[in-house]
Design a protein. Structure first.
Length: 471
């Protein structure tokens, strides 16, 4: 939810990050547009919530099939607006499809509970919240938009989605595909706009029952403060500075995979940008990364041989440059020098553990390489950050893997793997990395209220209380 004032608050200009060419100009929503969209969503949600769960599931599966038929179109659009590699973009379109299918399965399984209670029956129901506001980021525009949208719809809610200012096109196309699939009009609306205008209006609207925000920690705090004024629930997926802890007994060729921090040009909250290597293999790690970084192919995202593309914008490029001085000790790759927002893959080898590049989220293709002595030292370094989103632990020692998994303060850890996100498992962070959990088997319940109903079976008015005072 950017607070920077736009040059022209009425339009969004979408640039191709690889060429800086204008891809599209899109009208920008203002507070009035948000109000009208939310009011339409309120009406659409009533009918959707009253529909049979099987009917909601059927329409969501049809939506998934429609996305699947248009997957290549969506992928090409993602390349143009976000600079993603074509292979990654195809995966992202497929992930939206899979998220919709997974959520559709939950629509018919949103079960309550029967709880024993003296004098009657006690049952619980999961009821939809109403209208959910989803604010999606630019780094993974399609999948993360679907993280909130798919389960919210499956649980019986309406969704108003505000995509990032730089990447509105795939979201707009998904809204069109939802209508093509037969979802009710106004149930899923997309409002491109600036955070300072459309984003704030969506967060502040009294008829928005919950906000799902993915973005920077600073903006997430502002979203949380504004939601607190209405006691409005919020899910926050914020920044990260994830450790990659490599012990001497690990398979270095897998543990030091440069794409653990270069995927999506490092624009990933789960990127393993703090590479912690045991001292006895530190020099070996430097040698391996020197060769690996030098071999990374940076270039045209549409070329199947390309391994890393551009950054999203000039602003992001300037931010990354601010963290890396030209004379800093580093392993450096290469990148194009023409038009586009290019930065070479980089591993800083002389950064202090408490230096800015080692502690702050850079959100670019830059990692820091730090030595550690033993488990205790590795734990200290891994936790010496305000973030706690993800991380990896590499060792052949099962006991050590379990000890480290319990000691590292992060919401998503992988042992002998760099994988963080699966749509069928929970995802979220500790500390300044966010609040709440997305994805997984409980995703739908995060978009419901639990209603408790007690049904008395007593035939006469009770004379003594077995339940406590009525409140």
């Amino acid at each position: 939810m950017s607070t920077a004032p736009p040059t022209d608050p009425t339009t969004l200009t979408v640039l191709n990050p690889a060429t800086e060419d204008v891809v599209a100009t899109v009208p920008a929503a203002d507070a009035g547009d948000v109000d009208r969209a939310v009011r339409r969503a309120v009406e659409a949600q009533r009918g959707w919530a009253a529909a049979a769960p099987a009917d909601r599931a059927r329409l969501l599966r049809r939506f998934a099939d429609t996305v699947d038929r248009h997957a290549e179109e969506l992928a090409q659009l993602e390349v143009r607006e976000a600079g993603h590699l074509i292979g990654n973009a195809r995966w992202e379109a497929g992930n939206v499809r899979d998220l919709l299918l997974y959520a559709a399965g939950g629509a018919e399984r949103l079960n309550g509970a029967q709880i024993p209670a003296p004098g009657g029956w006690n049952v619980t129901f999961h009821e939809p919240l109403g209208v959910v506001g989803v604010i999606a980021p630019w780094n993974f525009p399609m999948p993360i938009a679907a993280w909130g949208t798919a389960p919210a719809l499956a649980a019986g809610n309406a969704v108003v989605l505000k995509p990032a200012e730089t990447t509105p096109l795939t979201a707009l196309r998904l809204a069109e595909l939802a209508l093509d699939a037969g979802l009710p009009e106004h149930l899923f609306q997309v409002l491109p706009g600036y955070g300072a205008h459309a984003g704030r209006a969506l967060v502040d609207h009294p008829d928005v029952a919950k906000v799902v925000f993915t973005g920077s920690t600073r903006t997430g705090r502002d979203v949380m403060r504004r939601c607190a004024e209405q006691a409005k629930p919020v899910t926050l997926e914020l920044g990260g500075k994830s450790p990659n802890i490599v012990f001497a007994d690990a398979d270095l060729t897998r543990a030091l995979d440069p794409f653990s921090f270069l995927d999506n040009s490092g624009q990933d909250c789960c990127a393993r940008t703090r590479v912690l290597v045991q001292e006895s293999v530190y020099e070996e790690a430097v040698a391996y990364l020197t060769d690996a970084i030098g071999a990374v192919v940076v270039g045209d995202p549409l070329d199947e041989k390309t391994q890393m593309g551009p950054l999203i914008s000039r602003q992001q490029l300037d931010r990354v440059r601010h963290f890396v001085s030209g004379d800093a000790p580093a392993i450096r790759g290469s990148a194009p020098t023409g038009p586009g927002f290019w930065f070479p893959p980089t591993v800083l080898t002389g950064e202090a553990p408490d230096g800015r590049a080692a502690v702050e989220e850079i959100f670019g293709p830059v990692a820091v390489l730090l030595p550690f002595s033993d488990e205790a030292d590795a734990i200290r370094l891994a936790n010496d950050t305000p973030y706690g989103l993800s991380g990896s632990i590499w060792t052949r020692d099962l006991g050590r893997a379990l000890r480290m998994s319990g000691a590292v303060r992060a919401g998503n850890l992988s042992v002998n793997s760099h994988s963080s996100v699966r749509y069928w498992t929970p995802f979220g962070g500790y500390k300044q990395s966010g609040l709440g959990r997305e994805l997984g088997p409980d995703a739908l319940t995060a978009f419901t209220e639990t209603k408790n109903v007690f049904i008395s079976t007593e035939s006469t008015e009770r004379t003594e209380s077995t339940e406590g005072p009525a409140q």
